[in-house]
Structures are given as C-alpha cells and as structure tokens.
Design a protein around this ligand. Structure first.
Ligand code: DC
Length: 231
C-alpha cells in the first residue's frame, strides 16, 4: 500500500545534490518539500543556543518536541528558516551545524521525536522529502524512492562552491575531511544508518548535470503513476 498522498523520498549522503534535486522536482510537480536534514541541524543549533550538551538525550528530546519552526520562501524564491522567530537560514547551513546535526541524529530518541513532525508534511498534492531515512523509516510506502550518490571528491567540490557562494571561508581539504567524517558517522550509527534501500533507484550524480538528474526523477515519477500535473 502506498500513501494516499504521493511521496517521493530522496536519500543519500551529504553533497549528493538531494536538496537541489528535491526542490526542483517539487517545483515541477507543484509538491511540498521536506528538508529533513534541516530539522536535525535545527536541533543541534537549538541545543547550542540553550547550552544543552549533545550527550544529554532526555533534554535534547524535550528541546526537539518544543522546536518552534517556520520555513518560508523569500521574494526571490529562496527558502528561509526561522527558529523561535529568529532567522537562522545561514547558521543552519554552516559546516559546524552539519556536524552537530550528525551527532544528534545518531540518538534514537531524538529521531523518534521528529517522526510525527516529518510525516505531517505529507499533504496534498504531494511531498518530495530528502534526507537519510525518508524511504525507510519515515515514508516506507513512498511511491518513489531515490538514493542519490556522487564521488567524495565531487561532493566536496560542490559543498566548497556552496560555502564560497555564501562567502564563508573554506578550503577543499577541510570540507573533504568533514564529509568523510559525517559519512562515517551517518553510515555506522545503530539507528537508521545511511544506506541505499533495496527498493530505491540509485542514481550516481558524479559528472551529471542537475537538469539531467531532475529529468530522470520526473520520468521515474511518471513511470510510477505519480500525478505530475498541477490540475
Ligand atoms: O542533509 P543534511 O546534510 O542537511 O543533514 C545533516 C545531518 O543530519 C546529516 O549528517 C545526517 C542527519 N540526517 C539524518 O540522520 N536523517 C535525515 N533524514 C536527515 C539528516
């Protein structure tokens, strides 16, 4: 049985292009998006702000359940993220926030505390959700499951370009080391480890232009009978 509301799950390691592909596919279909990584990043950020240790699981769960979040679009179409009415869009995207997110994401009770919030995003006309466990734990009945990958070198180059575009000082060696560390943390944790699921279509985006990846996902959506018109 699949969800009454069509869900496209896009999982994969950091820097594989999940966010960009998810946003483009959702825009083409008129679907909503769920950037689940942002939720873990926000838990990490909130813990930093409230001085909660990343090892204090009960306090992190309380904080997770109480998160007051808002995602909206700026006039240019870029997403902005608000935590307790404070604009945290840039803070959430930092490398430090990514590493903290990866740490809190390894805690089973924090993951459990985010399940309902994530599932509530599956509303008409449909959802494109990206993360690590969208097609496994959160939306096991997703109409389409994609696992995006790319070589470590290419993922590091993309991440470096993103950071430089935000005028954040960064160098390739540090970004590569962060990606390798985060991959390891995400793939070796006991709960919802990062791995391709047997029913996911694997797409290696190394050297593939984003337009081609988006076109491939949209074609797969058509093949799966996902309603692809806004009407
Ligand atoms: O996709 P991202 O880089 O924004 O994710 C940040 C961290 O959050 C990542 O290292 C692993 C974790 N994460 C997760 O465990 N499960 C998800 N569904 C999404 C992200």
């Amino acid at each position: 049985m699949s969800h009454a509301v069509p869900v496209i799950a896009i999982d994969g390691p950091s820097g594989a292009g999940k966010g960009t592909v998810a946003r483009r596919v959702a825009a083409a279909l008129g679907f909503h998006t769920l950037d689940s990584g942002a939720l873990y990043r926000l838990v990490g950020l909130s813990a930093l702000r409230d001085q909660v240790a990343l090892t204090d699981e009960p306090a992190l769960v309380q904080l997770t359940l109480a998160l007051q979040l808002r995602f909206d679009q700026s006039p240019t179409g870029a997403q902005r993220i608000w935590l307790d009415e404070q604009d945290v869009t840039e803070a959430v995207r930092s490398e430090a926030a990514g590493l903290r997110a990866s740490q809190v994401a390894a805690l089973p009770s924090v993951r459990a505390a985010l399940v309902t919030r994530q599932r509530a995003c599956a509303v008409v006309p449909g959802l494109v959700a990206d993360g690590r466990d969208m097609g496994s734990m959160i939306f096991p009945n997703a109409a389409l499951k994609i696992f995006l990958t790319a070589s470590t070198e290419e993922r590091a180059q993309r991440r470096l370009a993103q950071l430089q575009a935000q005028t954040t000082p960064a160098d390739l060696a540090t970004v590569t080391a962060d990606i390798v560390r985060r991959d390891h943390q995400d793939a070796t944790r006991a709960v919802a480890p990062l791995r391709p699921w047997p029913d996911a279509v694997q797409i290696d985006t190394t050297g593939v232009p984003v337009d081609a990846v988006v076109a491939r996902v949209l074609q797969l959506a058509v093949d799966r009978g996902i309603p692809t018109s806004r009407g």
